[in-house]
Design a protein around this ligand. Sequence first.
Ligand code: 26V
Length: 820
Amino acid sequence: MKSAPAPASSMPQQPDPKELAAEIVKALRYRGGKDANVATPHDWLTASIKVVRDRIVDAWIASTKQIYDAQAKRVYYLSLEFLIGRLTRDAFSNLDVMAAMREALASLGVDLDEIATLEPDAALGNGGLGRLAACFMESMATVGVAAHGYGIRYANGMFRQEISDGWQVELPETWLDHGNPWEFERRERSMEVGFGGTVEAIAGPGGQDERHVWRPQERVLAVAYDTPVVGWHGRRVNTLRLWAGMPVDPILLDRFNAGDHLGALAESNKADALSRVLYPADSSAAGQELRLRQEYFFSAASLQDIIQRHLSQYGDLHSLPDKAAIHLNDTHPAVAVAELMRLLMDVHGIDFNAAWDITRKTFAYTNHTLLPEALESWPVPLFERLLPRHMQIIYAINAQVLTEAHASGQFDGGQISRISLIEENGERRVRMGNLAFVGSHSVNGVSALHTQLMKETVFADLHRLYPVRISNKTNGITPRRWLFQCNPGLTALVREAIGDRFLDDIDTLKDLDAFAEDAAFREKFAAVKRANKERLAALTAQRLGIRLDPSALFDIQIKRIHEYKRQLLNIVEAVALYDQIRSHPERDWTPRVKFFGGKAAPGYHNAKLIIKLANDVARVVNRDPAVRGLLKLVFVPNYNVSLAEIMIPAADLSEQISTAGMEASGTGNMKFALNGALTIGTLDGANVEIRQHVGEDNIFIFGLTAEEVAERRNNGYAPRALIEGTPELAQALAAISSGVFSPDDPNRYRDLVSGLYDHDWFMVAADFDAYASMQRRIDAVWRDPAAWHAKSIRNVARMGWFSSDRTIREYANDIWNVTA
Ligand code: 26V
């Protein structure tokens, strides 16, 4: 594999490889206790990381001191997920030591690219939301925003997916087995967090100014683990602080000695459980008490940390909004709104109105989904039992908000009930979205369409009450990881064509546009893509024993498996195409490989069935001689960040085919287009804006718009008649339903298919024709390589706007009010 880009002229001096080699051997010996002769590849990796980490520490301390001295405002990004993947390449490349480290290790007989693959992915997230948090951390360090990320140090992140007989099997991912050389444990930075218990109201002098004292029944410790986050050229180093749960008294000796052995152990396990697992679902409410405990645990620990830092520097909490912007990544940390109110009022003696003012000026909230089943709410009895004081505060906030709503004279009873923080229909529940909304001065969506739909649907009433609060901040991706590191071949080619400026200013990628017309450049561009496809083909041969022809069109859909993302539409179209290839062998079919990858939530039945279907169809199609290799399906197991880094640069076609109105933004769509894949997609999420940037001629848009989807849903959608009137679709569905792909269990897909006939909530049938026709148009364009590569080059050239640096600058200017 080629290396990441060598430093541009503005980069600092590369360190001397000889000195580095000596440092690595020293680290191996004195920090790892090993001699070079007996060192394992893991030992070499750990020693290399420690050497680079030392350099980072200097820049880290300098960054921290600079912000302290300047009394600058800091950003605190609260997120239950940070889907970082591997860090080594990021850190080495951003610190400009990649080439020197490679040389140093080579002189010791060690291959950096080989040992780098030993690093496990830090998979502390489910999908888009968590990966966005990771891109944001890198961009904040790059554009110079002083930021701390706060989350949970899950011992088990996202599960490892194995495919057994076509079915998903979930296995624990133990990423900390070899330790984590990137992190610093900070025992001294431990925060106590309480749960349960009672609240005592203590009357102030003269019966006035009642104060509340919460006496939790349980207490746990949150112990900080810090990971430095290095910006491009090591410009800034920020901190990702993840909390681990520990018992307050680690050995619980008193209780143990008093004979309560089981009780002592139970308490220890309870603390441990808080940071044991990431909830592996991102679309249905977790509902479990442990999830709410996790949310409060990390929110409470983070707020104590923030307040301690603020008080030690400024001594007074009234200035908090001037020095701290706390960001809520979705509603997962929304309980922080109530916690800050509690700290301000009960611990620091500030009255409700002043506390409310400080709170709202400090918080901002991003919404990442409109799916009703993913909007968090908690049963009032559970909330009351776990967080009794917070429940009281939420009632007090609610009273204030509802008074404002009444006073505005704009709302009837039904509308008022939708503004309430408490859902009153059926079981009473706390609505975390409404809490986050009212507790923030800014609320944003993640693409233009999604933000518009937020205003019209979930937050319609709150938007009317607070009409300037919602704004849009279209997502982005970091070009360092998603172009420079994952696609060194393309990066080198672009540098050769337009110079190094784009490495520091991604907007200047635009200069590449003119090269779409240059036949010689197109050839080189095609060769880079071809090499990336060969790399992916080698991976599928090695891991799955499947041989692929790299000259076929590589069509890739990788993302969480979800009905709204419509992997089913893609598979059904593959079945229809299979049928066509068999019936019309004389036609000039474009050879195509359809890749799938993604994890299903363990409890999501249909998603798991869709994985099995992809594998069942693959088995039949791939070995049918009548297909003559013209169509292949490949389900690549265990999709994660590291796999994305190999698959995305190898894609010709990117599948972004969600039911319009349902994908908030998508960020995979951006990664593909930046790497030169053409998109087949609906007008959903950020696809709308990608079309605006790359131009209509360079993207394949099909299907119903969000408005049309809503209109059909409201006016009665009849999928059965539609399917019966579309023979290709009807035939494909009949084949699936009757067991052509599941002879061992012919009824396996009966319910899945009858769901399409009966309701087809995600409009697979409604969009099938438009999708299949667009695929045939794509086949035709593919047969004209000059036209294809010109479009592909234009995609690369025009995707600079989707850099998360741009997104972060918008957050910095419009929401956080910090300099970037
Ligand atoms: C919801 C829940 C519900 C309770 C169980 C655990 C859990 C975990 C996550 C979520 C929210 C998922 C929302 C999400 O991931 N949205 C994605 O955010 C991306 C970044 O903005 C965006 O690109 C994707 O379109 C959007 O689906």
